[in-house]
Design a protein around this ligand. Structure first.
Ligand SMILES: [Zn+2]
Length: 694
């Protein structure tokens, strides 16, 4: 991950020809927004907003009206399109001031009225920052959360530093949380100082304006670059974070992460809501963590409201020499609860997860948590922003965090709470990590896709490396995110290979909640004619492999301490023996019994173990390779092409069983719908009387 060091000048990338060739001012706004939002030095992910005011023909009256196009609520400027901008009648937004004055309406309640200002049936909801744009009497407006400028805005001497750097070009807007009143305050500032081209927003960021977007874009970069240069010029020989007092990187980081992450992930789970972890070992993090001022600065917490909504008011710093997780988390939770009690208002929402969302471990790095890998990564990135801001502010003078009550009022803002409530319901496997063996094809791949489509992070294991990469891409495609799946080449008969695969899951997502034990194959043979080699092959794969996978999964789940679900893919043959498949059938019976043993032994840890018994799943199966297919057809006295029909007609329901049918049963057993089911086996065979369980 790139760091957002404030000491890097931003180049002007405006292409005048391209901008001129664009259709209209809204397209030029999108173009400028994409340029600005794609550079982490300009604004943080999802942060900042832009607008343009245009003349449009009102569809109702056919009169020309002024329309404000402003970035919609949520969403990222870097990837914004026309559809991400809300459109409002400018005069109606301005008229809200009179309404507020006449009725004494609270500024939070004004937000509901923005919808009535919508121009052109645009369904995009406007941002809480809309008044900042509406009350600036210029066409193009840019509000950015640049680390370098926030560093000024969060410095003890913010106003003096601003005047020294920008002279009369910039005005100072004292801290006020985003909303209607902040827009009016900005309007008044511009009236009082008509020459300014921008305003520094204390503890927050900056805003600037111009008559067109080419100028506004250049001005945005100028404000950022002047801050970058000023910080650069201020940098003396002393590091703003103090001396190096701890080793930057420990020698055994991999082992340390592996021992820490599962337990930490288990302990930050709140009311059953698991979290996905993201690890950051970048130089910016490690350097901050090894310096003398780190403990004091980390306690101050982050500043920009956008940052700490995700990072929480402050991170947890763990002592690498004494990883007393229970003690450290206990103190953190107590402090958080005390903060909630001190600051809560009569109508505040109930206390949310009191655990940290950012954990810092000197010598190791940072781990951040979120409900999915993207959220976890963004939370970590926001703390990187905070580090850059603190570094800049400490270079200028001293970093000042937001007052506690202000921080609380934003964290527990009713508008934010309403936004959370409006978010679509989480998918059923959101926050879960599933490891699947034999995942590159057949039942394994179908299961990976089913779970990923329902929000799971999936770790695909397979011995077939060539197939594996394609399978991972398919699963990522189904999930709509490259972060949703990883592939690890793995031989389940090899303990080292298997441990490394589970370790990869821990390092990438923080732990494991679901294990689907599926990697298998088959060989024909009676007891009399099975060779030693075939016996070894089958017992290695179907007995040792299943045992080792279940052992690795359950050990990890026990360490996490938040339960888990293991699903064994057995076979109808485990119950009703198949002819001429002695070792295969016996091994499948072993798997079923091993599953029941694990169900009994691991129930106290909340780990459920269940199985499915598929039959004759030919499609995409490694078992139904040419040899087994030919031999089976010969045994039945039919042509190999007739096999599928033969099996279909053998079933009670006269239906073919697909990998997706098996995946559906596995997903049910793996998920919360089966929370009261353990030690069970579900046949997925379209009805085979001999395979009935009793
Ligand atoms: Zn902002």
């Amino acid at each position: 991950m790139s760091t957002t060091s404030p000491s890097a000048r931003v180049e002007n990338l405006w292409d005048r020809d391209r901008a001129h060739s664009l259709r209209d001012d809204l397209d030029r706004l999108v173009y400028a927004s994409n340029l600005l939002g794609s550079d982490p030095r300009v604004t943080n992910f999802g942060g900042g907003n832009t607008s343009v005011k245009t003349q449009e023909r009102d569809p109702l009256t056919d009169h020309e009206v002024e329309v404000l196009w402003v970035k919609g609520s949520g969403g990222d400027l870097g990837s914004a399109t026309r559809a991400n901008f809300a459109s409002l009648y400018q005069d109606k937004v301005l008229a809200l001031e009179e309404r507020v004055r006449a009725t004494g309406l609270h500024e939070d309640d004004v937000v509901e009225l923005y919808r009535y200002c919508t121009f052109g049936l645009n369904p995009t909801a406007c941002s809480i920052d809309t008044p900042l744009h509406a009350f600036v009497p210029f066409k193009a407006v840019s509000h950015m959360h640049s680390d370098a400028v926030i560093a000024l805005a969060a410095a003890e001497n913010a106003r003096e530093a601003m005047e020294a750097i920008y002279g009369s070009k910039m005005g100072f807007l004292p801290w006020k949380r985003p909303g209607f009143d902040l827009g009016l305050a900005l309007r008044d500032l511009i009236r009082a100082q008509p020459g300014i081209q921008g305003a520094l927003m204390e503890s927050h960021g900056f805003i600037c304006w111009a008559d067109d977007w080419e100028t506004c874009y250049a001005l945005t970069l100028e404000f950022i670059n002047r801050a970058v240069e000023a910080l650069e010029a201020q940098r003396g020989s002393d590091h703003p974070f103090g001396d190096l007092v701890l080793p930057r990187r420990r020698s055994d980081t991999r082992a340390a992460w592996l021992s820490l992450l599962p337990e930490l992930r288990g302990k930050v789970t709140f009311q059953g809501a698991r979290l996905i972890a993201h690890v950051d070992e970048s130089d910016a993090v490690l350097d901050f963590l090894s310096r003398s001022k780190m403990p004091a600065l980390a306690r101050l917490g982050t500043s920009c409201p956008d940052h700490f909504l995700r990072t929480k008011i402050r991170p947890l710093v763990l002592d690498p020499e004494n990883l007393d997780l229970d003690g450290a988390l206990g103190r953190f939770r107590e402090e958080y609860a005390a903060y909630y009690e001190r600051c809560k208002r009569p109508d505040s929402p109930a206390m949310r997860n009191p655990n940290p969302s950012v954990v810092l471990i000197p010598g190791l790095g940072m781990v951040s948590f979120g409900k999915n890998p993207q959220e976890a990564e963004v939370t970590g990135r926001f703390y990187l922003n905070a580090i850059a801001v603190m570094e800049g502010a400490e270079t200028l003078s001293r970093y000042v965090a937001l007052p506690e009550q202000e921080a609380f009022d934003i964290e527990y803002w009713l508008l934010e709470e309403a936004k959370l409530r409006r978010m679509p319901a989480e998918k059923s496997f959101s926050r879960r990590v599933a490891v699947i063996t034999g995942a590159a094809q057949g039942i394994g791949l179908a299961t990976a896709k089913t779970l990923a489509a329902q929000g799971a992070c999936v770790v695909l294991l397979d011995i077939n490396e060539a197939r594996l990469s394609g399978a991972v891409e398919e699963v990522q495609g189904v999930a709509g995110s490259p972060r949703a799946a990883i592939g690890v080449p793995c031989d389940v008969t090899d303990t080292t290979s298997l441990s490394e695969a589970f370790e990869a899951a821990v390092l990438r997502y923080g732990g494991v909640d679901i294990a689907v034990v599926n990697a298998g194959n088959a060989r024909r043979g009676t007891v009399a004619d099975t060779t030693d080699a075939d016996y070894e092959f089958l017992s290695d794969l179907l007995m040792r492999g299943y045992f080792q996978t279940m052992r690795a999964a359950s050990q990890l789940m026990i360490r996490q301490g938040i339960g888990g679900s293991i699903v064994v893919v057995a076979s109808k043959n485990g119950v009703a023996v198949g002819s001429n498949a002695a070792i295969y059938s016996a091994a499948k019976s072993f798997e079923l019994h091993l599953m029941r043993c694990a169900a009994v032994d691991h129930a106290p840890h909340g780990i459920r173990c269940n199985a499915i018994n598929p039959d004759a799943v030919l499609q995409g199966s490694a078992i139904w390779s040419d040899q087994w297919r030919e031999e089976t057809a010969k045994l039945l006295g039919i042509h190999p092409d007739e096999l599928q029909d033969h099996y279909k007609n053998r079933t009670l329901l006269k239906r073919t069983v697909s990998p997706e049918d098996c995946a559906a049963a596995i997903a049910w057993l793996a998920g919360d719908s089966a929370s009261r089911t353990t030690g069970a086996t579900i046949p997925v065979d379209a009805g085979v009387r001999e395979g009935f369980l009793r």
